[in-house]
Ligand binder design. Structure first.
Ligand code: 5GP
Length: 122
């Protein structure tokens, strides 16, 4: 899938639309989800044009892959989630219901989150 530079997270990265920022460095930007699904729900996006984890890990420079993943860990720490625990999710493609075609890792926490997935698939 080709990267669409008009996706909403690209616009946030360019500063064309606002976000409620929680963290930024040269590799990543983190901000609160506009429609939170948990008491803490933050999105971390890499500073680069990548649709999802596959093209990011295949094509991004190694320092960006490392810097981005470090940022995810740092944000979870700064949000106070390490001790109580939290969940990270990165949706990719139609079966996952990925809505925004710019790689993002959801960080969710602030309460017991229940089972990871709906068990009704089987
Ligand atoms: P996905 O389903 O692609 O994994 O998740 C996309 C997430 O982006 C959703 O949780 C949705 O609420 C969030 N989102 C969509 N548009 C915006 C926006 O303009 N600002 C923020 N902060 N979050 C957004």
């Amino acid at each position: 899938m080709a990267y669409d530079p008009e996706n909403v997270f690209a616009k946030i990265l360019r500063g064309e639309i606002p976000c409620n920022k929680v963290y930024e460095d040269e590799f990543a930007l983190a901000f609160h989800d506009i429609n939170p699904q948990a008491p803490v729900h933050v999105l971390v996006i890499p500073k680069g044009e990548y649709v999802s984890m596959a093209d990011f890990t295949a094509d991004a420079p190694a320092e960006l892959v490392v810097g981005y993943m470090r940022a995810v860990g740092k944000v979870a720490d700064e949000l106070g989630l390490i001790e109580p625990g939290y969940r990270t999710i990165a949706n990719a493609g139609p079966n996952s219901h990925q809505e925004v075609p710019h790689l993002h890792i959801h960080i969710m926490g602030g309460k017991p989150l229940g089972p990871m997935l709906d068990k009704s698939f089987g």
